[in-house]
Design a protein around this ligand. Sequence first.
Ligand code: ZN
Length: 276
Amino acid sequence: MDMTIFNSVENIINKYSYEDAIRLLVRMLLAPDLERIFDKPKKILCIQPHPDDCDFSAGGTLIKSIRNGAEVTYLTLTDGSMGTVNPKLSPEELSVIRKKEQENAAKIIGIKKLIWLNYKDTELPYSSDIRKLLVNIIRREKPNIVLAPDPWLPYEGHPDHRITGILSVEAALFSSLVHYAISSYEENIEPHSIEYMVLYNTSKPNLYTNIDDVIEIKLKVLKQHESQFLNNWDNVELFIRTLNMLYGKIINAKYAEAFKVIPKDLLHVTTIVEHI
Ligand code: ZN
């Protein structure tokens, strides 16, 4: 072991509080660019339960990342067919409408590729088959960063969000294992190791991204989801501006989005992740 490094570790642990020491050590030893992951061109896979979730929670950050050279793919797990209180609209009709809305929104953000798995909205199963499917997609798309809803968000009432989150984390963890989902090799897909798992809709953010210069574009993106927001647009806009302004307060920006960034190597048996 390199004692110079260990001496620095010991100094930090002695000098700082438990939480501050963890934050500093993770950045020193494992993830020096944790605060800047969206600044450099990257391949990003944004996984969402329904059309609109990525736009709502990460739209501003993704617009900026694409401007910085990132390539972003959206992966939507369900067909969005339940997201209405209008009895005249059938689930089948709604699903078609929401896909079109997501395509329009993606065009404004600059996303070129959308993948749809079409599981039934509200009934996404927790299954190893879907996990393998996600591993397959991660191996094919080779993202550096995978975004998904935080499956450990307290009080999240929507099962599709909890299940999308947990399946995404598991797939991100397993996609580098050479013997996992072996049938992938039939298509010559190599194992792939992501760098960062990024959770949106999180109660434990460790990264706030300034979206001051793109908030109006983010709102325009969300407005494309007419079936979800048009009847209620003023309230939706107020909610987004308020939430993003609250996050902005933390970094002295007017508007920000918030994420929990976890280096992939900390996704398993690491007890300190809450504090990174
Ligand atoms: Zn959703």
